[in-house]
Design a binder for this molecule. Structure first.
Ligand SMILES: Nc1ncnc2c1ncn2[C@@H]1O[C@H](COP(=O)(O)OP(=O)(O)OP(=O)(O)O)[C@@H](O)[C@H]1O
Length: 276
């Protein structure tokens, strides 16, 4: 069995004052080294899962394990956990805290109390890696959304997390910025980081992910390789999620069971989107 980084076991979480649970017995393992996608209707609990994954919230019942060890919620353990699990919010405004790009990227490192020389080195490296050198002195509120997104990724990646969580990272991004973001994620994954991305873009899931989770009403409903999950069209239609365009076309042409046809098309699509 593949090693898991983070595991949810029968996790329940209900927001204060809410009548229904946001997570309702969620059991899910995030496999190490994978590019995982998480899909589900609005309100099914994706963001809540992320907030529990990096210890911002604590389960009301059930457990979370990091590399088979139960999460601890004392201050020191949470600081350690947040170094290992980086969370990028959908809206970068929620994440940017300092006045300039450079200060923003150094913020998390300063909180760790690292020596100034190391902070400087890591910030400079992150500025180069994420194409932000020319924006280093710029006030963060003067940046475009795509640039803010890059800064928010740099803020998290400078801490060298093992697991990167992205909540709808392509929301509000145009085609060019989506492409740039996916190229950045490719590099991040190649450097050994496991990624879990929540998204509503099924075509992107099909092209990018190598493992897919489907949630409904606070629970995991399906998981597997995207092609196996998307083949379960009836369940996905029942959940009102649909399937990627390629599956829609194949089903319409009655070719969905033609494994070789599907594989040929898959290879063609992956070739067209090599940067993914
Ligand atoms: N701060 C909050 N207080 C009360 N209820 C909340 C709060 N945040 C989320 N919820 C509820 O918890 C449930 C899960 O919400 P969550 O944001 O995790 O869903 P999601 O799958 O991320 O949705 P989306 O796709 O719209 O981002 C929803 O019913 C939502 O209304």
């Amino acid at each position: 069995m593949q090693q898991s980084l983070l595991e949810f076991q029968q996790v329940h979480y209900t927001y204060p004052g809410a009548r229904q649970s946001a997570l309702n017995g969620l059991t899910l393992r995030i496999p190490a080294q994978k590019k995982c996608a998480l899909i589900g209707q609005n309100g099914c609990g994706k963001t809540t899962l992320f907030l529990l994954a990096n210890g911002l919230y604590k389960p009301h019942s059930g457990n979370l394990h990091w590399q088979s060890k139960p999460l601890q919620y004392d201050r020191k353990s949470l600081i350690e956990l947040r170094q290992k699990v980086g969370l990028i919010f959908q809206d970068p405004e929620q994440q940017l805290v300092a006045s300039t790009v450079e200060e923003d990227i150094s913020y998390g490192l300063c909180n760790l109390g690292l020596p100034q020389v190391e902070i400087q080195q890591r910030v400079e490296q992150a500025l180069v890696e994420f194409g932000l050198t020319e924006l280093a002195e710029r006030p963060v509120h003067h940046l475009s959304l795509g640039q803010k997104k890059r800064v928010s990724i740099a803020d998290v990646m400078v801490l060298k997390p093992q697991l990167l969580l992205l909540d709808e990272p392509t929301a509000y991004l145009d085609r060019l910025h989506t492409r740039n973001l996916m190229a950045t994620l490719k590099k991040i994954h190649a450097s050994g980081t496991t990624i879990l991305m929540a998204t509503h873009d099924l075509d992107l899931v099909y092209r990018w992910a190598d493992w897919l989770f489907v949630m409904d009403r606070g629970k995991l409903i399906l998981e597997g390789q995207p092609q196996d999950v998307f083949a379960q069209r009836e369940i996905l239609e029942e959940l009102q999620l649909g399937v990627p365009l390629i599956y829609d076309m194949l089903f319409a042409e009655g070719l969905a069971d033609e494994g070789p046809v599907l594989e040929k098309l898959r290879q063609r699509i992956l070739k067209l989107f090599r940067y993914f």
